[in-house]
Design a protein around this ligand. Structure first.
Ligand code: HSE
Length: 309
């Protein structure tokens, strides 16, 4: 029996729409991600557990786990039966890479139990393909960090899908999921099909500056460069009081604040634990819309997917 954990992630990271993603882990040691336990069996079996399993489709064929398994079997041209328990610990449509967590943990578990027929790149391409089918377009900014860990820059060309870039060890990432759902497909529908030259130049400038600041470890510069022109302006209306909340969070001392992936989770960054705790408390009181919502203070998870238990 093998148990695999895949961590939650922040897609876009406030400056790199579809091409930057960071895996995260709560500083209190909690696991924030999905787990998959797998063993060989007579027939394909799937059991859903975990606090958000009630959000999963009733029919197995619509479950991400089943999609991963059936695609994997087609690729390796063998139909091996497995019994899988999915612990769905992340809410669906949260902006924390929930589907990516299920895809990554499932495919790594299946690959492992089949004695690793797919290599890292083949597996990552397959993860992107499944994610694309679910969200409406292939993007690796959740699957890559959840799989490989750290802050990932998606290259998607030159035969390389993604590479890790330096992150800031002193940064705390405060994430707040308000307890409401927003599907990535819906959040992509509100985006324009074309952007002006001015926006394209600004976007390249901020992204390039952020990458430069990351490599030269200029924390203040990196935080100042986390500005988003491609998605954030159009998604503001989909989140509860985003602009007012962002202003307040900045006033509390955050060096950056933005939408995690396609939302509705928002993230804030601080390099001071006292400020991070203050922001966490404020978000708990003011951003959560119901009892299911949560706030975590996180580090970057440098490991990515791993065996546990
Ligand atoms: N980058 C995607 C988006 C979501 O913002 O639509 C995360 O994969």
């Amino acid at each position: 029996m093998i148990k695999i954990y895949a961590p939650a992630s922040i897609g876009n990271v406030g400056v790199g729409f579809d091409i930057l993603g960071a895996a995260i882990k709560p500083i209190n040691g909690d696991l924030l991600g999905d787990c998959v336990t797998i063993k060989l069996s007579e027939n394909f079996q799937l059991v859903n557990k975990g606090i958000f399993s009630n959000q999963l489709p009733i029919h197995n064929e619509q479950n991400i786990v089943w999609k991963c398994w059936s695609k994997f079997c087609k690729i390796i041209k063998k139909n091996i039966s497995v019994s899988i328990v999915l612990e769905k610990n992340l809410p669906i449509g949260s902006g924390l890479g929930s589907s990516a967590c299920s895809i990554v943990s499932t495919l790594v578990a299946i690959n492992e139990i089949f004695n690793n027929p797919l290599n890292q790149k083949e597996l990552l391409l397959l993860m992107g393909e499944v994610e694309g089918e679910i969200s409406g377009s292939v993007h690796y900014d959740n699957v890559a960090p959840s799989y490989l860990g750290g802050l990932q820059l998606i290259l998607e060309d030159y035969n390389i899908v993604s590479q890790k870039i330096p992150n800031f060890k002193t940064w705390f990432w405060i994430i707040a999921w308000p307890g409401i759902k927003l599907s990535t497909a819906e959040a992509r529908k509100v985006l324009p099909k074309k952007y002006t030259q001015d926006i394209c130049i600004k976007n390249s400038r901020y992204l390039a500056s952020f990458i430069h600041a990351s490599y030269t470890q200029q924390s203040d510069l990196a935080a100042k460069c986390m500005k988003e022109f491609i998605a954030e302006p159009y998604r503001i209306k989909l989140l509860p009081n985003f602009l007012e909340n962002k202003e307040k969070i900045k006033k509390l001392g955050a060096i950056s604040c933005g939408i995690s992936g396609s939302g509705p989770t928002i993230f804030a960054v601080s390099d001071n634990i006292k400020i991070a705790k203050k922001i966490s408390l404020w978000l708990t009181k003011n951003y959560l819309q119901n009892k299911t919502g949560f706030v975590h203070i996180c580090y970057i998870d440098t490991k990515g997917v791993r065996k546990i238990g």
